[in-house]
Design a protein around this ligand. Structure first.
Ligand SMILES: Cc1ncc(COP(=O)(O)O)c(C=O)c1O
Length: 347
């Protein structure tokens, strides 16, 4: 008798981006924010009574939920708070896709989706992106549920919200719009999630990128109350720890700080795009805090050369992505150092 479920034994786990720790390294490989979180986070942490950690946290993360509802001008019952958006993605596969059902998404996209589908013992239906990395319109009966990543990762390209709205109206199952990078984009789909007639569309965000809180694990999604209730029904009892709740509330209460940082990153993105294009790179139009760009030399070799200099970017081998590098936007100083090193490799 095999001790492990067959589908678990057969699946290949997700490989997260490398988390190197070198003094003086430049880490542009996992789309973290180069700036610290809001000072309000530090102030809130200083008020935490560590002795109270003996108590369980609020199981529904109500304060954070209320703050998100206030920021978005929606009902708190339309908001689910999760342990990173990765947890919400896992719950999505359990709540809205039957065992053996099919989950659709574009290819290439965030590679966790296919792993979560395999864990759920669901089928996957990847829909290839167009050659220019834009999204084709998925048919209305394409899958039982669909994840539309907008802007997409690792490509950085965004689809118009109107296009996604058209799809969501005709699609038969639940549509999850993964907006991990929306704060760096010129438009987003949140209005679809809060629209009174919406029945099947959920928009997901994370504090890992624009709020500089990848270390905390806090994501949320917004959608029709019926779908949000389903997620609450199946989550772990205490999915958000007490510290994450304090930190999340402080960060979400300081939108101007996040927005100013996002603007700095967008400005650096514009400068890096221009500098790379001047050196012969092909840079996809980015609506995120990273670039997906094709160097004028072999991407795999350049990736290794940068690594040897302790500059970490991300390389995705494969026929569609293998000529490109994904470069997270760092500080102007980090970007200047990257460009210095690239000059040595004539890239
Ligand atoms: C498209 C996309 N969705 C979700 C996530 C996961 O975010 P979180 O840190 O909230 O789990 C990432 C992380 O890189 C991402 O790129």
């Amino acid at each position: 008798m095999s001790l492990i479920c067959k589908h678990v034994e057969a699946l290949e786990g997700y490989t997260p981006g490398e988390q190197p720790r070198f003094e003086g390294m430049i880490k542009l490989n996992t789309n973290e924010n180069p700036y610290p979180p809001s000072p309000k986070v530090g102030e809130a942490l200083a008020t935490v009574d560590w002795q109270k950690l003996r108590l369980y946290p609020d199981p529904v993360c109500q304060q954070v939920r209320l703050q998100i509802a206030k920021n978005l001008n929606c009902d708190p019952e339309q908001v689910f708070v999760g342990n990173g958006s990765d947890e919400i993605l896992a719950l999505f596969t359990r709540a809205f896709v039957e065992v053996g059902g099919a989950i659709g998404y574009f290819d290439p996209t965030y590679s966790l989706y296919s792993v979560l589908a395999a864990i759920r013992d669901a089928k996957v239906k990847p829909l290839p992106l167009n050659d220019d990395f834009t999204c084709p319109m998925p048919p209305a009966d394409f899958a039982d549920a669909f994840i539309w990543t907008n802007p997409n990762a690792p490509t950085s390209v965004m689809a118009a919200p109107e296009t996604i709205a058209t799809f969501a109206k005709t699609f038969k199952g639940v549509v999850l719009i993964d907006e991990a990078y929306a704060d760096f984009a010129p438009a987003n789909c949140m209005a679809l999630a809060t629209a009174p007639d919406n029945q099947n569309t959920v928009v997901m965000r994370t504090l890992s990128k624009s709020f500089s809180l990848a270390g905390v694990r806090l994501g949320y999604c917004v959608g029709p109350k019926r779908l949000i209730e389903a997620l609450y029904k199946i989550k772990d009892s205490y999915n958000m720890d007490a510290l994450a709740q304090v930190i999340g509330l402080a960060a979400l209460s300081d939108l101007p700080y996040m927005q100013a940082n996002a603007q700095r990153i967008i400005d650096t993105r514009t400068a890096l795009t221009a500098a790379l294009e001047a050196r012969g790179w092909e840079v996809l139009p980015s609506a995120t805090n990273f670039l997906f760009a094709k160097p004028p030399v072999a991407a795999a070799e350049l990736f290794a050369a940068l690594r040897a200099e302790h500059i970490f970017v991300r390389y995705f081998p494969g026929p569609k992505t293998g000529a490109y590098l994904r470069i997270t936007i760092g500080t102007p100083e980090e970007v200047a150092r990257l460009l210095d090193v690239l000059a040595r490799y004539q890239a």
